[in-house]
Design a protein around this ligand. Structure first.
Ligand code: DAH
Length: 343
């Protein structure tokens, strides 16, 4: 009995010592397991009870049980206290100010050129055109020869065209899609072909080495110049408003005959003359014409039976005119101050 009492006393002082050193809930949980677990000293004492005499056993058992209860209550008491302290510290750290205004989320939006293109495609699809894409990298034939460019036409000159190899080039206009389409489809053909075009020019406020165009063309029996005029009128009215005034001027492109350029009343000054329209009141907006018989023939379409019209326009130019943008380079600089102005 005395030996048990001694053991209890020493175990208690050892426990108290360790309890003082336990600072975190983790330490305390470990302490609890160490002393009260199956392999702990209390359990060992319980096993020793077997050797005690029957008269001593109840008293000894009670002493050990009391010690167990004492340790347990110490542990639980400290755990409760430490856990509260830990929680308070965590709350301090994760402190949240519910009155702070939220962070502004910026929604992505389409680039002004994409917006312009979408509007144009919506209109043209509504007028019966279907969308076809052509290659950015093409051959001399599709970009020039198939479009009736004479062998010595200046547009083939190295200063305008990016050549990628002997017979590879970056298309200088989306008109190449006309030649591809005539090879692929039989009339009636009614196509809108948007895409990039490339020209070897100095980059400035007005011109860039790459830009976007959209080409439209219609080939069928009995397509006339009057059809072209009315289609252009309708298209431009839908794009720029019913009140917009149009002007058709004769012009030359190798792949159309007759060819013309179309002007609209200046979108900024409505025709009275300003910086944007260089005080003419008019803005040139697209090139158009009746598809040249040579072009139809190269596309294996009989010009005696079929005729067609075509037009092409630059999307950057349209966007510049519509929004009065001072510099074409803004479209490719990814400056949020510019881009966020097009909701
Ligand atoms: N391809 C011409 C250019 O890039 C634009 C053009 C003019 C297209 C007249 C046409 C057209 O289809 O008929 O300058």
């Amino acid at each position: 009995m005395t030996s048990l009492l001694e053991k209890i006393t020493s175990l208690r002082s050892q426990f108290i010592c360790e309890l003082r050193e336990a600072v975190s809930s983790k330490d305390l949980e470990a302490l609890k397991v160490k002393y009260l677990g199956k392999k702990g000293p209390i359990q060992a004492l319980m096993l020793e009870l077997k050797h005690a005499s029957p008269e001593e056993r109840p008293q000894a058992g009670k002493l050990i049980n009391d010690l167990k209860e004492e340790f347990l209550s110490h542990c639980d008491h400290s755990l409760h206290r430490v856990k509260q302290r830990e929680m308070a510290a965590a709350f301090q750290q994760e402190w949240l100010d519910a009155t702070l205004p939220g962070r502004k989320q910026f929604l992505g939006r389409a680039h002004p050129i994409s917006q312009m293109l979408q509007r144009i495609l919506d209109i043209l699809i509504g007028m019966g055109f279907s969308v076809q894409l052509g290659p950015d990298v093409d051959t001399d034939y599709y970009n020039f020869e198939g479009l009736n460019f004479a062998a010595d036409h200046p547009a083939r000159d190295m200063q305008d065209t990016f050549y990628l190899g002997k017979n590879r080039l970056l298309r200088t206009h989306t008109s190449n899609v006309q030649v591809h389409a005539m090879e692929k489809f039989k009339p009636p053909i009614r196509i809108a072909a948007p895409g990039r075009a490339f020209r070897n020019e100095d980059i400035s406020a007005r011109s860039h080495v790459f830009f976007h165009q959209i080409e439209g063309f219609y080939i069928d029996k009995h397509v006339t110049f009057a059809d072209l005029l009315s289609t252009m009128e309708e298209f431009l009215h839908k794009l720029l408003g019913a009140e917009v005034k149009t002007r058709f001027r004769p012009s030359y492109f190798p792949f159309v005959e007759p060819g013309m350029e179309v002007d609209v009343h200046c979108t900024a000054c409505k025709g009275s003359g300003c910086r944007l329209c260089k005080h003419t009141g008019w803005l040139e907006i697209l090139g158009a014409g009746m598809i040249h018989p040579n072009v139809l023939m190269k596309g294996r379409i009989d010009p005696e039976e079929y005729s067609g019209y075509a037009w092409g326009m630059g999307l950057e130019r349209l966007a510049i005119l519509q929004y009065d943008i001072p510099d074409i380079r803004l479209f490719t600089e990814n400056d949020m101050r510019f881009l966020s102005q097009f909701p």
